[in-house]
Design a protein around this ligand. Structure first.
Ligand code: AMP
Ligand code: MG
Length: 302
């Protein structure tokens, strides 16, 4: 999936069908079955992701204690970008939801606060990075500063134009620091966004998710697509690759993002670190204290 969904240059988002399902195996038949199959797969992948996440965490702990070679700062950072209602929240709920919350570091980025505006645009991003051993997820990111900042003219053109290089330098530093970046654009169609926004208006329980400003952004759809194409084209590097996930079908979107994460973990060749103590000796000490039946520690008296 990393090969299949990696953005290609020149970037032409119009050529990517948001309803397509690249990489979905043929055995995933058609219609409703396809959906059920993909959902079940996300569940299975989730269990594997949880284990990979645990190995990442355990390895970082061991490295910090000086017991394991390798970068002590190793972490994974999933960057999610999309138009409004593109499915960032849903993806986090379903894909990250399968992992251990203790090892997750999820951050959302809205309009900068007055304090954030007093600093460089990467300031708040640096402060939000996941600690070693964690899986970070960014719900929006520094890319807003070359997307909404550009389309809504929040800063002069010279300012946002200079940011592509700044972002590349920043992400290269992150990679050198042990951060494995996975940048994903959830690519929805104009029609699908219209349907989803309407659904939000139709359901009072979803009004909290609706923002009248979303319609203003929707009116600038083509400008946003052009801004996305530039951001992806200028900031797709081997150290920090961009992936385009067709996202009109939620079940495909979740399945694809879960695979991207899984494959990314695979590239890290993770394993469990060796114990930092003498296991046999600890077993003896434990037995010496009694209350051990059949070589098993009694748990809750059972
Ligand atoms: P939501 O993701 O629905 O909570 O919306 C967050 C809003 O914050 C979106 O309208 C984004 O465009 C906006 N936003 C995020 N980052 C920035 C930024 N750096 N500058 C201006 N607006 C931003
Ligand atoms: Mg919103």
């Amino acid at each position: 999936m990393r090969r299949l969904l990696r953005v290609t240059e020149p970037v032409d988002l119009g050529a990517v069908d948001p309803r397509s399902t690249p990489g979905l195996p043929d055995r995933a038949v058609t219609g409703e079955h396809r959906k059920a199959w993909a959902r079940a797969q996300v569940g299975l992948l989730g269990a594997e992701l949880a284990q990979q996440q645990e190995m990442l965490y355990a390895t970082a702990q061991a490295a910090e204690a000086g017991r394991h070679a390798g970068s002590p700062a190793q972490r994974v950072l999933l960057v999610l970008q999309a138009m409004d209602s593109g499915g960032k929240d849903g993806t986090i709920k379903r894909v990250a939801g399968a992992m251990n919350p203790l090892g997750l570091h999820i951050r959302s980025f809205g309009p900068p606060t007055p304090e954030e505006l007093r600093h460089d645009f990467l300031w708040r991003i640096r402060r939000a990075l996941p600690p070693p051993g964690y899986v970070g997820i960014f719900n929006r990111s520094h890319y807003e500063d070359v997307l909404v900042a550009r389309v809504a003219s929040l800063v002069p053109e010279a300012t946002w134009r200079a940011r592509y290089d700044e972002i590349n330098a920043f992400e290269r530093d992150l990679a050198d620091d042990g951060v494995t970046l996975v940048k994903v654009l959830l690519h929805i169609s104009y029609a699908e966004q219209g349907t989803r926004l309407l659904a939000r208006l139709d359901d009072p329980r979803k009004h909290w998710k609706y923002n009248p400003a979303d319609i203003d952004a929707r009116a600038r759809w083509d400008d946003y697509q052009a801004a996305y194409a530039d951001a992806l084209g200028r900031c797709d590097t081997d150290a920090a690759p961009w992936f385009v996930v067709p996202a009109d079908r939620k079940w495909y979107r979740d399945w694809a993002v879960a695979h991207l994460l899984h494959e990314t973990f695979d590239t890290l060749r993770l394993g469990y670190p060796p114990a930092g103590f003498d296991v046999a000796r600890e077993r003896e000490r434990l037995r010496a204290g009694g209350a051990v039946a059949d070589g098993t520690v009694e748990v809750n008296g059972r």
